[in-house]
Design a protein. Structure first.
Lengths: 332, 326, 278
């Protein structure tokens, strides 16, 4: 019974998170004095000189329509929720007019998902294993060294780690390309190998920071779990240290880490965006950067809406997995 | 079964050494229920831990040792402080204070049972066969086999403690050490647990050592009892005799604090507090609270002597029976 | 103070020393009179490190060392402003949610959780992109503060929930003290020790967010921050020209500042835990 309530509550939270998030990003631009339409008209006038007033009024109206700025604020809001949130239709992209922004995002998104999901999960697994060993044998020298390394890497912002890796491995050592380019012409083999080469450094920077965090948190968590009565008693029961480590310390600490994983996805996504930009990796981050440079607001809004939905959903999935692992939520 | 030889143990802290077990010397016999009594903080739990060989920082053994020896299925076994660990669960097991936290909260009981059965004991058995044995054992203890499918939080406190006792006795150890096994439970449940423990002991004819601050528990189930005060035994002897005629003033006070059916007079608690182990008084440690203390008590530590056959005490008021040894 | 130092763990000490050095550079050395490093062509271009220019000059003829010092000053200032706003708002929201309970609590928590979960960077990007051209340091700080309050608010709320059950609060309540008085005299002191680590955390993430925006070219163009310094050096091809002092010094400074702050945070948390444990 409580199980069903848990699911229901999570679903409601999920829907509310997305709703609040997109409402926020809908109203923010409208609170700023800058008007994207006037900006565009200014740009067009700069390029093609003065326009005649009727032509300009027509242009203004059509631009307002494309930006979703027609009608009352409430109508615009409902329109945005219907089109943007339910159909991922954000209007045409202005930098590659008239292709819909949603379509372009669709081609960039898989690369971002590939990069951020694999590196996040890999960092979680690797970091937790190392953290567990370090916490379980906290007096070993190797544990202390590993933790010290993690402490020196984790606090550095993603883009800086990316920048340092780029300077060292791409520029000085020349092992990797400075900018990620993906070869989509030369068949599957060439495509995959170029994808791998292009993703290596971005993935490495995401992995370094992520792993660092999971080492630090898992270490203190498992060290605390190892002090619990049931671990002590497992020892009295004559269990091997290996069995205590996996079945008792790990199994209990990992629960907390699953929740923590769900909470960390937003941050990991931020990191992926920054890393993509440093390496010009063809993902949503780079797309956002391009859109900013060319004032493509539909595109920016689309990218943000989709990232909010994606992150909220990933968090929901992590939350829904939780009760399958923690019987206390399943049965009580 | 168990020989405790001149045992001294202490906690090493930043503020200095604290002697928690001081010159303890006694034997625990085969097939008996031995009780260790005393107020909280007298060192009885620490003593039990030393008997079980759980010696981890800051606890340290300063001198003496514990020797465990016996026979199981015709095979003799022998272990002493430092390697009693190897006998854990097979020859000696430990029942902790009843608490939610002693079992892994997210693991079914059956898994925790399997964890505690060494592979050598399971031999070629499949998991199911081993569990069938566990099930049969639980039924023997009149515990529902459903317990195996439950998580610890799904059981009541009493049920959980029974399951833990089943867990601790499944391997038929020769010695069971129980640390306040009934303290956190209500009286009715407490009785059930005590009956289960004594029934098991009678059936398997093994040795049960039970630590409790509750003199009532000792009166009900123990054969012999040792009374601890401030890290040492002050009196030790057969329970019935000791309750009938306590020799040491401290035992007398503990026993007179017990309620007696039909007696309506006011029960007197023991005035004062046990001394700090960090900075114990010179002489007899009980002297500051003892109504019969005299000058010698505050100067000289009384020896733990045999006063009558099988009865030992440490008090200047008592005389050693000539020709006997502890 | 002496006692604090003796009880402090290694991390806390290292973190304190590192952070103190940065504060000293940013708020003491900064005030030594010097030529505004923002001006271009003050000195020769691309000069190697020397006695007069310990870290050399840029390809625009600016002194790298003073650029760096000013960048540290500005980044720290932004971080502290954002952290102050975020912590104050967060503590207030968290206390209100935790102590009022019911519908107020639930509504506040849904909003708070949203701000914890949604990725902050894209939204910061949207806002700063809209402000481009007329963005100022104060505006930027306000925008960054929008994402700095949610985490402390969550923490303070759960602290408030557990405090509500503690004996001394109950006693204060029953003895007839008003809610306000209880909050101010009994809870705020607790909340403050808690929020100190949140405050340092918020400082750290605000500096990180600002530098991320700088790399996107979205930090105000007149703000000489660590992030902007790195970005300007990148824009001027400092990497390809191998002007390591120019691009390297803000990178190294940022890394050290972050490690120092992080050590301070974890060290402080461990210290609190140890104090509570005794």
């Amino acid at each position: 019974m409580k199980f069903r309530k848990y699911f229901g509550l999570r679903l409601v939270t999920w829907a509310l998170t997305i709703l609040i998030g997109v409402t926020f990003i809908f109203f923010i631009p409208r609170m700023f004095p800058t008007d994207p339409v006037e900006n565009m008209i200014g740009q067009i006038q700069n390029r093609s000189g003065q326009m005649d007033p009727t032509e300009m009024a027509a242009l203004r109206r059509s631009l307002r329509l494309q930006f979703g700025l027609e009608g009352s604020l409430w109508e615009q809001y409902v329109n945005y929720l219907q089109k943007g949130l339910l159909r991922f239709d954000f209007g045409p992209s202005l930098m590659s007019f008239p292709t819909p922004a949603g379509e372009i995002i669709g081609t960039y998104l898989p690369y971002t998902l590939l990069l951020s999901l694999t590196s996040t999960l890999l960092a979680w697994v690797v970091g937790n294993i190392i953290g567990l060993l370090a916490g379980f044998r906290k007096d070993k020298r190797s544990s202390k060294v590993l933790e010290a390394i993690a402490i020196c890497i984790y606090p550095i912002p993603y883009f800086l780690v990316a920048l340092i890796l780029q300077i060292v491995f791409a520029f000085i050592l020349g092992w990797f390309p400075l900018q990620s380019t993906i070869n989509s012409m030369g068949g599957l083999g060439a495509y995959l190998s170029s994808l791998l080469r292009a993703s290596a450094l971005p993935a490495a920077s995401l992995l370094l920071v992520g792993t660092g965090w999971w080492i630090i948190s898992m270490k203190s968590l498992s060290a605390a779990t190892a002090e619990e009565d049931f671990v002590q008693y497992a020892r009295f029961r004559g269990l091997s240290e290996g069995r205590i480590g996996t079945g008792y310390v790990m199994r209990n600490s990992i629960l907390t880490q699953i929740t923590a994983l769900a909470m960390s996805l937003g941050g990991a996504f931020n990191g992926a965006i920054m890393t993509e930009i440093i390496f010009s990796y063809p993902g949503v981050g780079t797309l956002i950067q391009k859109a900013i440079l060319q004032s493509d607001y539909n595109m920016i809004l689309g990218c943000i809406t989709i990232s909010i939905v994606a992150i909220a959903t990933a968090t929901l999935i992590a939350d829904l997995i939780y009760p399958f692992i923690d019987p206390r939520i399943r049965y009580s | 079964m168990l020989k405790i030889e001149n045992l001294c143990a202490s906690y090493h802290t930043i503020d200095g050494q604290v002697h928690v077990v001081k010159d303890v010397h006694f034997d625990i016999f085969d097939n008996e229920v031995f009780g260790i009594a005393g107020e909280s903080g007298c060192g009885k739990t620490t003593l039990l831990r030393v008997l079980y060989d759980i010696i981890a920082y800051p606890l340290q053994i300063d001198s003496g040792r514990v020797v465990l020896s016996g026979e199981k299925k015709g095979q003799p076994f022998h272990a002493e402080t430092g390697n009693i660990r190897k006998a854990w669960w097979k020859h000696v097991s430990y029942v902790p204070q009843a608490a939610q936290s002693v079992l892994n909260p997210i693991m079914k009981l059956k898994e925790q049972f399997l964890d505690s059965i060494p592979l050598s004991d399971r031999g070629e058995e499949s998991k199911e066969q081993t569990l069938a044995r566990v099930q049969a054992y639980l039924e023997e203890l009149s515990l529902s086999p459903d317990v195996l499918e439950a998580y610890p939080f799904q059981l009541s406190g009493g049920m959980r403690q029974r399951a833990i006792i089943a867990l601790a006795t499944f391997m038929a150890p020769s010695l069971i050490l129980a640390d306040e096994p009934t303290t956190a439970l209500d009286v009715v449940v407490q009785r059930g647990i005590l009956m289960m423990l004594t029934r098991l002991q009678k059936q398997y004819r093994n040795t049960l050592v039970i630590v409790s601050h509750d003199m009532g528990v000792h009166y009900q189930i123990t054969d012999r009892i040792g009374i601890m005060y401030s890290g040492s035994f002050v009196e030790l002897g057969p329970t019935a005799e000791l309750f009938a005629e306590p020799l040491h003033p401290y035992s007398r006070m503990l026993i007179s604090a017990l309620p007696v059916v039909g007696d309506k007079s006011q029960r007197v608690g023991i005035p004062g507090r046990p001394p700090s182990l960090k900075d114990p008084p010179p002489g007899c440690r009980f002297a500051p609270r003892c109504p019969q203390a005299f000058e010698r008590c505050t100067q000289e530590v009384p020896r733990f002597i045999q006063v009558r056959p099988g009865r030992f005490a440490a008090c200047h008021l008592l005389k050693e029976e000539v020709g006997a040894h502890a | 103070m002496k006692k604090f130092w003796r009880n402090a763990n290694g991390r806390l000490k290292t973190g304190l020393i590192m952070t103190a050095i940065f504060l000293f550079i940013g708020f003491v050395i900064y005030y030594i009179p010097h030529v505004n490093p923002f001006f271009q062509n003050t000195y020769g271009r691309k000069l190697p490190p020397s006695g007069t220019h310990p870290l050399g000059t840029t390809s625009l003829g600016q002194d790298v060392m003073w650029l760096l010092i000013e960048a540290i000053h500005n980044s720290l200032t932004i971080g502290l402003i954002v952290a102050t706003i975020g912590t104050v708002v967060g503590v207030l929201v968290g206390l209100v949610a935790g102590f009022s309970g019911g519908l107020t609590d639930r509504a506040l928590m849904v909003v708070t959780d949203t701000f914890v979960v949604i990725p902050s960077l894209p939204i910061l990007v949207l806002m700063t992109a809209l402000m481009r051209g007329n963005s100022t340091v104060v505006l930027l700080a306000l925008v960054l503060a929008m994402f700095a309050w949610a985490w402390p608010s969550r923490q303070i709320r759960s602290m408030a929930l557990s405090m509500k059950e503690r004996d001394f609060i109950q006693t204060a309540w029953f003895s007839g003290e008003g809610t306000m008085q209880v909050v101010v005299t009994e809870i705020l002191p607790y909340a403050l020790t808690w929020s100190l680590s949140n405050f340092m955390n918020a400082t750290l993430s605000a500096i990180a967010s600002e530098s991320s925006l700088a790399v996107l070219g979205l930090s105000p163009g007149n703000l000489l921050s660590l992030g902007n310094m790195i970005q300007w050096a990148r824009d001027r091809n400092a990497i390809f020209a191998r002007q390591w002092y120019w691009i390297g010094s803000p990178i190294v400074a940022t890394v050290l500042l972050f490690i120092g702050l992080f050590l301070l945070i974890t060290g402080y948390n461990d210290y609190l835990q140890m104090k509570r444990g005794r």
